[in-house]
Design a binder for this molecule. Structure first.
Ligand code: AMP
Length: 569
């Protein structure tokens, strides 16, 4: 069985293609959005999703979020006494979605289509593929998020030729893609984006205004310094931002050093202060249009994806830029997962789906480092020689030949880079390979360097020495940002040994984390009420009698519901 997965910065979703349509898979607590958050509890068990998210403010040292930002790096994220790589944390989220899918579909789910931002580089894509492997999936395809969004709208499935722009502003990443659709072919013609721009930047705007007007005066430490209250502040800011999509004013309520603090912000002010962030959103849109040489007037559709596109200022800005209102009738939080399900359906050749050929483009220029010997004999090294240019339609395979620059040169260090800068030092290094060369005069030995980009946007490099005919493959795994197959196997073993909180306990775990958060946030009588209900729930859990646990859980939930303004979580 194959499913589609949107592995998001803030939330992840799984979906399947069933009876001719995409169907979202609910998690163990009945929600389709599973927060991409992992926490290690005091017993050493792992919590994923809602229960982990509730612990962001109560147990920040044992909880990790937004790790998608670090995919493709070897940054260690510490939970309690353990270190995790970003792909391991992603794997834990994927493992939880896999269990949810198996519970709903009642059969083993072994394959997945996983979405990635169109702007993800080779290391980030490989890290995502490894996360899938670590979760026990065969990753059939990595699909770019905007392509998935367009697929969900069934764009590209018709015969008419048209251009579509997908604007995807999620929690932490921003992607813009221009798709060319014709006769069942869907081609991403240009991609642009910013991997450090998302809904969170708008949360930051609210946090900064709050600190300036109220927070600093109340003694809250500056944001750069670590303080437990910052978790709760971020949560409140995010909530206020969401409310401001519908309301004219939103309130932010916090408790700091046992003192309640309230502050409010108008939508008008929020929009005014957000102008610099909104200006950053415009840049990639303009770059994608420019790269593809497309006039906004020739676009037939603009599609919105990502929760942050719900902000009215985003919609207005896009409407002005394209002189038409964007399409958004599919929930922007769900559109990518639904498209991944279409892709999964296409791979499984499900009924009700016409054949679509989907192609993509290379998001970056890929090339190698070369040296140049001038007429005067002076050598300049570290120059970037592109082999596959940005926005080349993939799958693609290109060869370029380099020749020796010295007599009897016996080896060649082939270094692979991606980026747009003329000097390799300004680009990202993907890997190195050492080639042995037969002795000969300068310029007499040629090496054919072949770059192949597969449909998932993963790169393979091969080099053939013309004189010997020997072909070698560059192992792009020599980079600290990517795990080698052996490392994947080792990590898989370690990860399997960790205990994931059981699915049938997910509701109780989320309730417990929520109660702990609210207990910490509230004061006075409310705190006493929550404390009493929590104690009753904990003793019921200790007693292990299912009926008693149910009653205590129900009571605790009622108490929390009547005091929690964050019930949207
Ligand atoms: P995603 O990564 O697509 O799940 O997007 C999550 C981002 O969308 C987060 O930054 C949310 O705060 C933001 N978001 C969700 N709903 C809304 C809303 N109604 N208004 C503004 N931002 C929202």
């Amino acid at each position: 069985m194959i499913i589609g997965i949107d592995l998001g910065t803030t939330n992840s979703l799984a979906a399947t293609w069933r009876n001719g349509e995409s169907m979202l898979i609910p998690n163990a607590i009945g929600q389709v959005l599973t927060p991409s958050v992992v926490s290690l509890d005091e017993r050493g068990d792992l919590l994923v999703g809602q229960a982990a998210r509730e612990r962001l403010s109560t147990h920040p040292q044992r909880t990790a979020s937004v790790f998608k930002r670090y995919m493709g790096t070897n940054r260690a994220l510490t939970l309690g006494e353990r270190d995790f790589r970003p792909e391991e944390l992603s794997a834990l989220v994927l493992r939880s979605l896999k269990a949810d899918a198996e519970a709903m579909l009642d059969e083993p789910v072994t394959e997945a289509v996983i979405t990635v931002p169109a702007y993800f580089n080779d290391l980030q894509r490989k890290a995502t593929q490894n996360a899938g492997k670590l979760a026990g999936f065969e990753v059939r395809r990595l699909l770019t998020e905007p392509t998935a969004a367009a697929l969900a709208y069934s764009i590209g499935l018709g015969a008419d030729e048209h251009y579509v722009m997908v604007v995807d502003l999620g929690g932490g990443t921003f992607d813009v893609s221009l798709l060319h659709c014709f006769e069942g072919v869907m081609e991403v013609r240009a991609t642009a984006g910013d991997t450090f721009l998302g809904g969170e930047n708008f949360d930051d705007v609210i946090i900064a205004a709050f600190m300036e007007e109220a927070g600093s005066a109340a003694g809250i430490p500056p944001i750069g310094q670590w303080a437990p209250v910052h978790g709760a502040l971020r949560r409140q800011a995010e909530l206020a931002k969401r409310r401001l999509s519908d309301a004219d004013v939103a309130e932010l309520a916090l408790v700091y050093q046992d003192r309640p603090l309230t502050w409010s912000m108008s939508r008008e002010k929020f929009e005014h202060l957000s102008e610099p962030v909104l200006a950053r959103v415009r840049l990639p849109i303009e770059r994608a249009l420019h790269d593809a040489k497309i006039d906004p007037a020739t676009l037939s559709q603009v599609i919105l994806a990502g929760g942050a596109t719900r902000m009215p200022m985003m919609r207005r800005m896009i409407g002005r830029l394209f002189r038409r209102m964007p399409m958004s009738h599919i929930n922007p939080d769900e559109v990518v997962a639904r498209g991944a399900a279409v892709s999964a359906g296409l791979i499984a050749r499900s009924a009700g789906l016409e054949e679509v050929v989907m192609t993509d483009v290379a998001p970056f220029t890929l090339g190698i480092s070369v040296s140049h010997k001038g007429e005067d004999g002076v050598r300049t090294s570290g120059l970037f020689m592109p082999i596959i240019e940005r926005n080349t339609v993939i799958p693609a395979s290109r060869v370029k030949v380099v020749t020796t620059i010295e007599d009897n040169q016996t080896s060649l260090n082939l270094e692979v880079f991606q980026g747009e800068a003329p000097l390799v030092k300004d680009n990202i290094k993907l890997g190195t390979m050492k080639l042995r060369l037969p002795p000969a005069r300068e310029g007499e030995v040629g090496v054919g360097v072949r770059f192949t980009y597969d449909p998932s946007g993963l790169l393979e490099v091969e080099a053939t020495v013309d004189k010997t005919g020997v072909t070698q493959r560059v192992v792009i795994e020599g980079n600290p940002g990517a795990l080698s197959p052996q490392e994947v196997a080792e990590r898989l073993e370690k990860l399997s040994a960790l205990k994931l909180n059981p699915r049938d306990d997910a509701g109780n775990a989320a309730l417990l984390s929520r109660a702990q958060r609210l207990f910490e946030q509230r004061l006075g009588r409310t705190r006493v009420l929550i404390g009493a209900a929590l104690a009753e729930f904990l003793s019921a859990i200790d007693g292990q009698a299912p009926a008693q646990i149910r009653v205590a859980a129900e009571h605790l939930r009622k108490v929390l519901d009547s005091h929690d303004d964050e019930s949207s979580f």
